[in-house]
Design a protein. Structure first.
Length: 327
């Protein structure tokens, strides 16, 4: 496949087995677009939502929400970038599971020399999600207690480090005993594992009966009741993912009965809706990565041709840290 242009597509919604290889002719960029030759591609739970049909999209669909590489061609009117320049990007529509992808120029992030392509692909979407969660959505303050689900995963591991950098106290929940050491090394104050049914009591025990001020929950249906029960009065529930399936319908009265709780379901693109916001988020992420405040653990690297195996590992909770595909 060396030198060949190809991509991974899904012709219908379904499990990992619907992903297939397809050779294609990379299109020329339109006005305001660039074409990127990808060198590393991030794998995210968001990709599984597009593949399964949880987030419907017209078929066939090329998956992928982030990547890094070099600018391969410039569309008319593009300024500020040059062919051969290293960039990372999150396109407005899926399409990065490919050797070449198109992206609007205003969605590109120029990469500093301190950050290599693999780290950029492993951290851009996940890191900007952590930025959104900590600094824009919850606006976490020093001393607050925060529960982070899937704390050894891609977003979770960055969120734990980010929270500690702003002075928060972190209760990390992980899916297996094997991931406890990883969460401890990230700086979590307490690391819990075990069934969700016992989680709220364990959280209150670790926090002196207080509960947590904020929950970052990317698990969804399986963790929903435990997350609400772990919150203190007027706590904030941030539901940002559906790894175990979407959460059930929520009655506002239930939030009141649980302690006047707040609930939000943020989307990263609503927090990156302007050039100024994208610049602020990117600058903050790259600064923390470059200074070593954030470290990215790339636990798995798969050839792009093995995207099926990558999805099976991700959905089987067999991954630690970030996962990338290499074209």
């Amino acid at each position: 496949m060396t030198g060949e242009a190809w991509r991974i597509i899904a012709r219908r919604p379904g499990g990992p087995e619907v992903l297939e290889y397809e050779a294609f002719a990379p299109p020329a960029p339109a006005a305001g677009e660039v074409r990127v030759r990808n060198t590393a591609i991030g794998v995210n739970y968001l990709d599984t939502y597009h593949r399964s049909g949880l987030y419907p999209a017209p078929a066939p669909i090329t998956l992928g929400s982030e990547a890094a590489g070099t600018v391969d061609a410039l569309g008319e009117g593009v300024a500020g970038f040059s062919v051969g320049q290293r960039v990372a990007y999150m396109p407005p529509r899926p399409g990065t599971y490919a050797t070449h992808s198109l992206c609007p120029a205003d969605r590109l992030f120029a990469l500093p020399d301190t950050i290599d392509d693999a780290v950029a692909a492993a951290s851009l979407l996940k890191g900007l999600t952590a930025w959104m969660l900590v600094e824009r959505c919850a606006r976490v303050e020093a001393g607050q207690w925060v529960l982070v689900h899937a704390a050894a995963g891609g977003v979770g591991s960055l969120a734990v480090q980010w929270l500690k950098s702003v002075g928060a106290r972190v209760v990390a929940h992980v899916g297996s005993d094997a991931k406890v050491a990883r969460a401890e090394a990230l700086g979590a104050d307490h690391v819990l594992t075990g069934p969700f049914a016992a989680l709220a009591d364990a959280v209150r025990e670790r926090t002196g009966g207080h509960g947590v001020d904020v929950v970052f929950d990317g698990v969804g249906a399986a963790s929903w009741a435990a997350s609400l029960a772990a919150l203190t009065k007027r706590g904030l529930m941030v539901s940002y993912g559906n790894a175990s399936g979407p959460v059930p319908p929520v009655a506002p009265l239930a939030l009141g009965q649980a302690g006047s709780l707040f609930l939000t379901r943020p989307s990263i693109f609503d927090y990156l809706d302007t050039a100024e916001a994208r610049a602020a988020g990117g600058d903050r992420l790259f600064a923390l990565l470059g200074s070593g405040v954030l470290t990215v653990g790339i636990g798995q690297r798969f050839p792009l041709a093995d995207a099926v195996a990558a999805h099976r590992a991700l959905e089987g909770r067999q991954t630690t840290g970030s996962t990338i595909l290499i074209p």
